[in-house]
Design a protein around this ligand. Structure first.
Ligand code: SF4
Length: 213
């Protein structure tokens, strides 16, 4: 798709989740790098004149200004994606954002999912994450501020070709009773088949955090 095929759309709806928006770069099992770019806001309402569920990518500055949270009624504009396979959110380059009604004050109970306002991007970068089972992500974890669906790029033939997919992760406490890793994830490389990310990268990346942190 070239830029001339992109469309600016109007949207409005109720926020069902706000999650960190990230890119993940994988190179065999040696490297899994997460870059945190902003947030994905998941809504139920109307976008481009169509009723349903959709998601919009926003920047950290927009989140700092609006403090979006579950139940808020949000309106705005955004653009259709230039690279649909690289971007999990349905729309990006959001603008004219306005909270027309506030949802209930978030009260985080003792049990997950944790539905308070999302944290600054630096917090996610510090915490790092573990792979999260995709069905669990789409189910009980979906409203949690620690859940994320990342845009993953796998270096398949270094500097020559890449594979794209979306991967779910959890930035929450390692003690969370809802956590389940799901199946090991294949990380293919040209001519070498696939290695499987079985979780030791998760352990390494979150080793600096206590069990309940
Ligand atoms: S597993 Fe992770 S994303 Fe799911 S509820 Fe627990 S902390 Fe939140």
């Amino acid at each position: 798709m070239d830029k001339t095929q992109q469309e600016k759309v109007r949207f409005g709806g109720t926020i069902r989740a706000v999650q960190v928006r990230s890119d993940v770069w994988r190179y065999r099992l040696y490297n899994r790098t997460h870059s945190h770019k902003g947030y994905n806001v998941f809504l139920e309402g109307v976008s481009a004149g169509v009723e349903g569920r959709f998601s919009v990518a926003i920047s950290e500055k927009q989140q700092q200004r609006l403090h979006l949270r579950l139940g808020d009624e949000l309106t705005g504009t955004a653009w259709t994606k230039l690279y649909p396979k690289r971007e999990y959110a349905d729309y990006y380059r959001a603008g004219a954002l306005k909270v027309v009604a506030r949802g209930p004050e978030p009260v985080e109970g003792p049990r997950p999912p944790w539905t308070g306002e999302v944290e600054p991007l630096s917090t996610y970068a510090y915490r790092q994450c573990r792979m999260l089972d995709t069905r669990r992500y789409k189910g009980k974890c979906f409203p949690c501020k620690w859940a994320a669906m990342a845009n993953a790029i796998i270096e398949y033939d270094f500097g020559v070709s890449q594979r794209l997919r979306f991967e779910s992760f959890c930035y929450g406490p390692k003690s969370c009773p809802l956590y389940t890793m799901g199946r090991p994830r294949a990380v293919p490389y040209k001519g070498m088949g696939s290695d499987y990310d079985e979780g030791w990268l998760d352990s390494d990346m979150t080793a600096h955090r206590d069990w309940d942190e």
